[in-house]
Structure formats: C-alpha cells, structure tokens
Design a protein around this ligand. Structure first.
Ligand code: 5GP
Length: 120
C-alpha cells in the first residue's frame, strides 16, 4: 500500500507516550499492549515502532532486524499472556475494506476462549 503514514494516528500517540496503554512488552523495535475493546479474554496488539501502515509497506521498508523482532514478539507475547496453553489466533487487518481502523500496522492476538471461525 502506498498510503502515506499519518503521524497523528492513535498508535503513533501511544508510541510517543501521549496516550497511555496497558503494556505487555516492549523492546527497541516492538510494543505490545492490551486492546482497549477486547473481543476475547486475551486480546493483545503487537506493533512495530516504525512508521508502517501495511505489510506491503513493512516488507519494503523495514530492516531485517525489525521484521525479525516483530515476528519473534508474537510468540513471546502469546506466551507471556498465557494464550499459548489453550491456543490462540493471530490476525492483521490491512485496508479499510478489511476492517483496519488504525493506519499503523498491527497484529491482533486473540485467546483465552475457544475461538470461532472469525474474530475482528
Ligand atoms: P483494526 O480494526 O485496525 O484491525 O484494530 C484496531 C484495534 O485497536 C481495535 O481492536 C481497537 O479496539 C483498538 N484500539 C483503538 N484505539 C485504541 C486505543 O486507544 N488503545 C488501545 N489499547 N487499543 C485501541
């Protein structure tokens, strides 16, 4: 996607510390926090710290280190929140038609209950 990154989006504000979040983990490249409107008992968002809107954008622009960090964080976070034991789902909406509300790339982790065919 060639959509330019909007510095004023909600996750940008969270990353800058202008908005609070319930943090699960953070490192140089990644932030993970609880979704404000959880759709399952476990609902965590994992985001890269860089200004990426979509996977296309991320793939083209991010360094291998950033890409590795985001991928690694998903498993780490799932384990940290206990989703690991019961099974969990990883999902990412890209574009308005897919339900992407926040134009900063993010990965949802759902768990803590049996999961139906779709969530979010
Ligand atoms: P999307 O629909 O873009 O895939 O997912 C965006 C997610 O961000 C939604 O699940 C929504 O509840 C969550 N969200 C929106 N605003 C905030 C916020 O200010 N704080 C947190 N923690 N989550 C948010």
């Amino acid at each position: 996607s060639k959509q330019p990154y909007d510095d004023g989006n909600i996750f940008a504000k969270i990353l800058k510390g202008d908005l609070p979040c319930k943090k699960v983990m953070e490192n140089e490249h990644v932030l993970a926090f609880h979704d404000i409107n959880p759709l399952a008992p476990v609902h965590v968002l994992v985001i890269p710290k860089g200004p990426y809107v979509s996977w296309d954008d991320f793939s083209e622009t991010a360094s291998d280190v950033e890409i590795a960090a985001l991928t690694r964080a998903v498993g780490e976070v799932a384990k940290m929140v206990g989703a690991d034991a019961q099974g969990y789902r990883v999902l990412s909406n890209v574009g308005k038609r897919a339900g992407q509300e926040v134009p900063h790339l993010h990965i949802h982790i759902f768990g803590g209950q049996p999961l139906g065919p779709m969530l979010a």
